[in-house]
Design a protein around this ligand. Structure first.
Ligand SMILES: [Fe+2]
Ligand SMILES: [Fe+2]
Length: 182
């Protein structure tokens, strides 16, 4: 697993995919087509959160080394927060009359972020930072897309986005701390 290179093309693919869905939203002609896109995009955000839960849980239990315990605690806290994001999004999907997709089948395809195990503690933290950055990027697009058409979903995504920015900052600080003591 080489954490430095392969993500570039993946992020581009992810952005392209996210954009494709959004362009389908026909805002002028009837709410239905729009709602369909909103539900699709929210289900992708749900998959993103669920993959993040799984990745942070894996990292929590596989953390080894000098700072393992405090880093594992940080991973555990993030996993919990991603789970609560997933719950919020699922709730919103049902409010909109849709069905939250919790199927493990195709979850990684729906998710914007990836599941990378990482071998060392620093690798794990870096993978988490990459995943957070992907979430920040794609949630920002979702927020721009939602705009004034669905302010409730937008506000929810804005709150989640703020949390993902905190997460990225946490991971950034951890890399500095753990990386230096290596
Ligand atoms: Fe999240
Ligand atoms: Fe996060």
């Amino acid at each position: 697993m080489k954490p430095n290179q392969p993500f570039l093309s993946d992020i581009q693919e992810i952005r392209k995919r996210a954009r494709q869905h959004m362009e389908k939203g026909a805002i002028t002609d009837g709410y239905k087509a729009d709602l369909e896109t909103v539900l699709k995009v929210l289900n992708e955000a749900l998959a993103t959160e669920l993959v993040c839960v799984l990745r942070y849980k894996r990292h929590q239990f596989m953390a080894r080394g000098l700072n393992a315990q405090s880093v594992a605690e940080e991973f555990a806290e993030h996993a919990k927060e991603e789970q609560s994001h997933a719950d919020q999004i699922a709730e919103r999907i049902t409010q909109l009359g849709g069905e939250p997709n919790f199927s493990p089948e195709g979850m990684l395809t729906r998710s914007h972020s990836e599941y990378v195990e990482g071998s060392t503690l620093v690798d794990m933290i870096k993978e988490d930072l990459v995943a957070e950055r992907i979430a920040i990027e794609s949630y920002s697009e979702i927020i721009r897309y939602l705009g004034e058409n669905d302010p409730t979903s937008r506000r929810m995504m804005e709150e989640i986005l703020a949390k993902e920015e905190e997460h990225a900052d946490d991971m950034n600080n951890l890399i500095e701390r753990v990386g230096k003591q290596k």
